[in-house]
Design a protein around this ligand. Structure first.
Ligand code: C2E
Ligand code: CA
Ligand code: CA
Length: 682
C-alpha cells in the first residue's frame, strides 16, 4: 500500500522523503551514539572525581582513625560535600564499627545502611580500604548518585535535540535546494518531452545548458530532437515528393497527355463507380460516345501535330460547353466519351447532342489551317438495375456507328431497333461467310453511256447477294458488314476476277473498247496484296488494263493519302484507270485532288437529282465539269433518271452518264441482250 503510494508520488516528493529518511536515520544513529557516549563520559568523569576525592579522604583520614579523632575524621569526610553527587560517606573500622560519617543535605535515603534505595536515581557505592603505613585501619564507604550525571545528560540531550532539529531543518532546506537544482530541470525536461510528443512539434529545444549530467541529458535530448527534426523534415520532403510523384503517376495513368482530359482508364473506372453507386442511388445517367468525322483525313493532310492540336481544341470546346457535373474523356484516337449526370430528360440530351455537333462543326484554325470536322454521337441511357459497364459502352458504341452510317455529324440514341438491326447484321455477318462458297453472290452490271452517241461504252459492276432466305440483300447493307469482318478482301478478289472474266467475254463478242468499273472498299484497297491480285486477274483474263477502272470514294483516298497515292500509282503503272466515286460527298481537299492520279470523277447522284431545276445542284455540277476540264478528268454523272437530266448533261464535254434513265444494274443475261441490240433499255 505504502509502496504503491510511494510509486505514484512525483519525483520531488520521493526525493524529499528519501532524503529526510536518510538524514533522520543518520541523525538518530548519531544522536543515540552521542548520548550514550556522553552518558558514559559523564559517569567516568564522576567516577574519576569520586576516586580522586576518595583518595584524598583516604590519605588524610588514616591518621584521624589512628588517633581516634572522630571530629577530624568527620571534618575530613565533610570535604566530600564539595561533590554534590556524594550522598553519604562513612568509615567503618576493622571491627565493623562505624567511626565517622558524612551525610549530604540533599540525600533522601530511606533505607538502612546495608540496603540503599535512592528515591530519584540509582547510585554507586565505592569502597576504599584505609591504609596507614601498610596497615589496614578500616574501610571508607562512599555512596554517590547519578543525579548530576543525569541532569547533565538531560541538558545535553535537550541541546542535542535542538541541534538535531536545526540539522533537520538545514537538511530540509538543503534538500529543497538540491531538489530545486536536480528535480526542476528533470521536470522541465519531462514536460518538454511530453509536450513535444503530444504536439509533434520537434522545433522546441531544452534551454538547460549546465555542465552536469542534467546538462548532458538536456544536450542529448536536443541532439535527439535535432535528429528527429531533420528526419522529420526529410520525411515531410519525401512525402511531398511522393504526393507529386503520385499526382504525376495519376496524371499519367488517368489523364490523356494530348488533351489533358481523363483517359479511357479513368472512363471505365468512373463508369464502374457510377454503376456501383447507382445500384443504391436509383438514379440514371446518359453515356455519349463521340467519334470525330474526317479526323483521319485531317491527320493525314496536315500532320500529327495539327491533329493533336485539333483534338486538344476539340476537348476544350466539349469541356467548356458541359456543366461541371458532366465528365468528358478522351478514350481513343478521335473518340471521346461524355457522361451526363445532371440531365434528366431525353429532350435535354438531344439538345446537348445538337450543341455538341454545332460546337465541333465550327471552324478550327490551327497553324493557319482552317479545319472543318464533325462528330457522330451514340447515346445510351443507364437505368438503375440496367446493363453492365461493358453493355452500356457497347450500346452507346452501337448507336454511334449508326450515327456514323446515317451520314455522320449526327446523333443516335441506342434503341431496341438498333439492337435488333445489330443482331440481324451479326446474323448476316455469319451468313456472309458461306455466301461466297454457296455462290450466293452475283454481279449485276449497270451500263455507262456516252452522251454524244448514247451507246453503251462500259459498265459498273455492282455486287448482289441472293440470300437463301432473305432474298436480294443490298450491297449498302452487306458491304459494310464484309468490311467489318474483313471478308471484303476475299469478296473483292472474287468481284475483280468475275468482272474481268465477264468483260473479256463481252469484249470478245462485241466491242474490245468496252470497259468495266469495279468498286473498291477501303480495307480491300489498302490490303497489301491488292496490286498483285489485280495484276494476276488482268493477266489471267488477258484483258487490256486500260479497259479496267477502279472506283474509289474520296474518304477511301483521304484515309491514308500517301499510301493511297502510292497504290494508285502502281495501278496506273499497270495501265488501269481510277475513278473518284460519289464525288462531292466526301471530304477531299482540292490540293490533294491534283496529286492523286485520277482519270475520272463520278458526280454523285445527289447533285444530279436536282438537275436542271435546282440552281445549287446545277451550279455544283457546272463547277465539277469546269474542274474536270481543267484537270483533264473524264466525268460520269451517276443516277441519271430523267430525260431532263440527260438533256442537261448532253452538252457537257467528256460526259458519260449512268442511271435508271438508261438502265438499272442488270444481270449478265439482260446486259447481253442490250449489247446485242447495241442500245440501252429505256
Ligand atoms: P455506288 O458505287 O455509288 O453505286 C451506285 C449505286 O447507285 C448502285 O446501287 C446503283 O444501283 C445505284 N444507281 C445507279 N443508277 C441509279 C439511279 O438512276 N437511281 C437510283 N436511285 N440509284 C441508281 P447499288 O448497286 O445498290 O450499290 C450500292 C453501293 O454498294 C455502291 O454504290 C457501292 O458503293 C457498293 N457496292 C456495290 N457493289 C460493290 C462491290 O463490288 N464492291 C464494293 N466495294 N462496293 C460495292
Ligand atoms: Ca460506284
Ligand atoms: Ca457512286
Amino acid at each position: 500500500m505504502i509502496a504503491l503510494y510511494f510509486k505514484k508520488m512525483v519525483i520531488q516528493q520521493k526525493l524529499l522523503i528519501m532524503q529526510l529518511l536518510l538524514v533522520s536515520s543518520a541523525m538518530l544513529f548519531v544522536f543515540v551514539l552521542t548520548v550514550v557516549y556522553q552518558y558514559i563520559s559523564y559517569k567516568q568523569e564522576l567516577m574519576d572525581s569520586l576516586n580522586s576525592q576518595i583518595s584524598v579522604v583516604e590519605g588524610n583520614i588514616g591518621s584521624a582513625i589512628a588517633f581516634d579523632d572522630k571530629a577530624t575524621a568527620t571534618e575530613i569526610l565533610a570535604t566530600l560535600s564539595l561533590n554534590p553527587s556524594i550522598d553519604q560517606a562513612y568509615v567503618e573500622l576493622q571491627n565493623g564499627v562505624k567511626f565517622s560519617s558524612y551525610q549530604s543535605r540533599n540525600t533522601h535515603i530511606v533505607a538502612s545502611s546495608s540496603e540503599k534505595h535512592y528515591v530519584n536515581q540509582a547510585g554507586i557505592e565505592m569502597i576504599k580500604p584505609i591504609m596507614d603505613n601498610g596497615r589496614k585501619l578500616g574501610v571508607l564507604h562512599v555512596d554517590a548518585n547519578f543525579l548530576a550525571v543525569n541532569q547533565r545528560i538531560k541538558v545535553f540531550v535537550l541541546a542535542l535535540l535542538g541541534a538535531v532539529a536545526l540539522a533537520m531543518l538545514l537538511a530540509r532546506t538543503i534538500a529543497a535546494k538540491l531538489n530545486h537544482v536536480i528535480t526542476e530541470p528533470i521536470i522541465y525536461l519531462e514536460q518538454l518531452v511530453t509536450n513535444i510528443t503530444k504536439k509533434h512539434n520537434y522545433t522546441q529545444r531544452s534551454t538547460i545548458n549546465s555542465t552536469d549530467e542534467i546538462g548532458a541529458l538536456s544536450l542529448g535530448i536536443n541532439n535527439m530532437l535535432d535528429n528527429i527534426k531533420s528526419r522529420d523534415d526529410k520525411l515531410v520532403e519525401e512525402l511531398k515528393q511522393r504526393v507529386v510523384i503520385e499526382k504525376r503517376l495519376d496524371q499519367l495513368a488517368y489523364y490523356d497527355s494530348v488533351t489533358d482530359l481523363p483517359n479511357r482508364h479513368a472512363f471505365t473506372k468512373n463508369i464502374n463507380q457510377l454503376l456501383g453507386f447507382n445500384q443504391q442511388d436509383q438514379s440514371h445517367f446518359y453515356l455519349l460516345m463521340l467519334d470525330l468525322d474526317f479526323f483521319k483525313a485531317v491527320n493525314d493532310t496536315h500532320g500529327h501535330e495539327v491533329g493533336d492540336e485539333l483534338l486538344k481544341q476539340c476537348g476544350l470546346r466539349l469541356r467548356r460547353m458541359l456543366s461541371e457535373e458532366d465528365a468528358v474523356f478522351r478514350i481513343g484516337g478521335d473518340e471521346f466519351a461524355i457522361i451526363l449526370k445532371a440531365v434528366k430528360t431525353t429532350r435535354d440530351v438531344e439538345k446537348i447532342c445538337q450543341r455538341i455537333i454545332s460546337v465541333v462543326s465550327q471552324k478550327f484554325v490551327i497553324k493557319l489551317h482552317e479545319i472543318l470536322i464533325g462528330t457522330s454521337i451514340g447515346v445510351a441511357q443507364y437505368l438503375p438495375g440496367g446493363c453492365s459497364e461493358s453493355g452500356l459502352i457497347k450500346n452507346a458504341d452501337m448507336a454511334m456507328y449508326w450515327a456514323k452510317s446515317a451520314g455522320k455529324n449526327t446523333y443516335k440514341f441506342y434503341s431496341e431497333e438498333i439492337e435488333e438491326v445489330n443482331f440481324y447484321r451479326q446474323k448476316l455477318a455469319m451468313d456472309l461467310q458461306n455466301a461466297l462458297i454457296n455462290n450466293e453472290l452475283v454481279l449485276h452490271y449497270q451500263p455507262i453511256v456516252e452522251v454524244t452517241t448514247e451507246n453503251i461504252i462500259g459498265f459498273e459492276a455492282l455486287l448482289r447477294w441472293a440470300h437463301s432466305t432473305e432474298g436480294y440483300i443490298s450491297p449498302n447493307v452487306f458491304i459494310p458488314i464484309a468490311e467489318q469482318s474483313g471478308l471484303i478482301v476475299q469478296m473483292g478478289d472474287w468481284v475483280i476476277e468475275s468482272a474481268l472474266k465477264q468483260l473479256k467475254s463481252w469484249q470478245n463478242a462485241h466491242e474490245p473498247a468496252l470497259f468495266v468499273n469495279i468498286n473498291m472498299s477501303a480495307k480491300q484497297f489498302y490490303d497489301k496484296r491488292i496490286v498483285d491480285s489485280i495484276k494476276k486477274a488482268i493477266q489471267k483474263n488477258r484483258v487490256d488494263p486500260s479497259t479496267v477502272n477502279f472506283e474509289l470514294t474520296e474518304s477511301i483516298m483521304m484515309e491514308d493519302v500517301d499510301k493511297a497515292i502510292a497504290i494508285m500509282q502502281l495501278l496506273k503503272q499497270m495501265g488501269t484507270g481510277i475513278a473518284v466515286d460519289d464525288f462531292g460527298t466526301g471530304h477531299s481537299s482540292m490540293r490533294y485532288l491534283k496529286q492523286f492520279p485520277i482519270d475520272t470523277i463520278k458526280i454523285d447522284k445527289c447533285f444530279v437529282n436536282g438537275l436542271p431545276a435546282d440552281n445549287v445542284d446545277t451550279a455544283i455540277v457546272e463547277a465539277i465539269f469546269a474542274l474536270a476540264e481543267s484537270l483533264k478528268f473524264d466525268v460520269v454523272a451517276e443516277g441519271v433518271e430523267t430525260l431532263q437530266q440527260f438533256e442537261f448533261l448532253k452538252n457537257k464535254p467528256c460526259a458519260k452518264v449512268q442511271g435508271y434513265y438508261f438502265s438499272k444494274p442488270l444481270p449478265v443475261g439482260l446486259i447481253e441482250k442490250l449489247l446485242n441490240q447495241n442500245k440501252v433499255l429505256q
